[in-house]
Design a protein around this ligand. Structure first.
Ligand SMILES: O=C(O)CCC(=O)C(=O)O
Length: 256
């Protein structure tokens, strides 16, 4: 799946792109079946919500499941990523963030590079976060909010939040968020199951609680150029991959 010049320009200008209808219902159903299995596993890579105790994030999925390994290297992720950040890419992180109906908790305003730099010593903000929606994501079930163009304003100061949820995150303070939103507003990234979303390492984003009766599951892979790999090795492999060999694309049919 190659992006055209207009799409590449959009990512460069706004810091993200939303591409509907990328994966079929059959592919999404196969992924959802596997998701149910990995969520049941007793694993430290399954991080639970603070209040409800249900799984919030299942990490290291390319290490735990063949179909998620194939998805991570799928041409619909690999080709656009290669166009944007080059062909020599390693798998920095894979996960599913699920926001369970009624209880799914917030992701505070943040940009990924603050964590990649602060926790892992990644030198430059080059990594890309690529998502595929495993449920319909609507305005009601906790979609991601992006601040368009926020990657263009240098690195907003961030501090480590270990209190709000069970997932420690380097978050941007409210004054900075207010200034950025004043300039460029907020976009809610909704779409049907099978939608792909790609966003850059310094784009400020977050998401609110899911108080709707619908679950919201999103698969995410972060790909990073091999020559921009981590320099600190504190976080476990399920949070930052340790195989720095360039990945090869899987087959277009590998999810069927
Ligand atoms: O799943 C969400 O709502 C937020 C995910 C996120 O912020 C991320 O993947 O960096």
């Amino acid at each position: 799946m190659k992006l055209n010049n207009k799409q590449l320009k959009k990512i460069n200008e706004n810091g993200y792109i939303i591409l509907s209808g990328c994966f079929s219902n059959k592919e999404v159903n196969n992924l959802r079946k596997e998701m149910k299995k990995v969520f049941k596993e007793k694993s430290e890579a399954n991080i639970i919500e603070k209040s409800s105790g249900v799984v919030r994030t299942a990490m290291g999925l390319h290490l735990r499941s063949k179909i998620f390994n194939n998805l991570t290297r799928h041409p619909k992720f690999f080709e656009p990523a290669s166009q944007i950040i080059g062909h020599n890419l390693y798998i920095q992180q894979t996960k599913i963030n699920i926001k369970a109906a009624f209880t799914g908790e917030v992701w505070q305003w943040h940009y990924d590079f603050a964590t990649h730099f602060g926790e892992d010593g990644v030198p430059k903000p080059l990594a890309l976060n690529l998502h595929v929606y495993l449920d319909d994501v609507t305005e009601f079930n906790g979609p991601l909010f992006f601040i368009p163009k926020s990657h263009k304003y240098g690195s907003a100061p961030s501090k480590l939040d270990t209190v709000t949820t069970n997932y420690p995150l380097w978050v941007v303070d409210h004054k900075n968020v207010k200034d950025l939103v004043k300039k460029n507003g907020i976009v809610s990234a909704h779409g049907k199951a099978g939608t792909v979303v790609i966003f850059v390492d310094k784009l400020v984003h977050g998401s609110a609680q899911n108080m709707s009766p619908m679950d919201r599951a999103i698969f995410s892979v972060i790909l990073n150029p091999c020559d921009n790999k981590q320099t600190k090795f504190v976080r476990p492999e399920y949070k930052h991959g340790r195989d720095f060999k360039p990945i090869k694309a899987s087959s277009n049919k590998s999810l069927l």
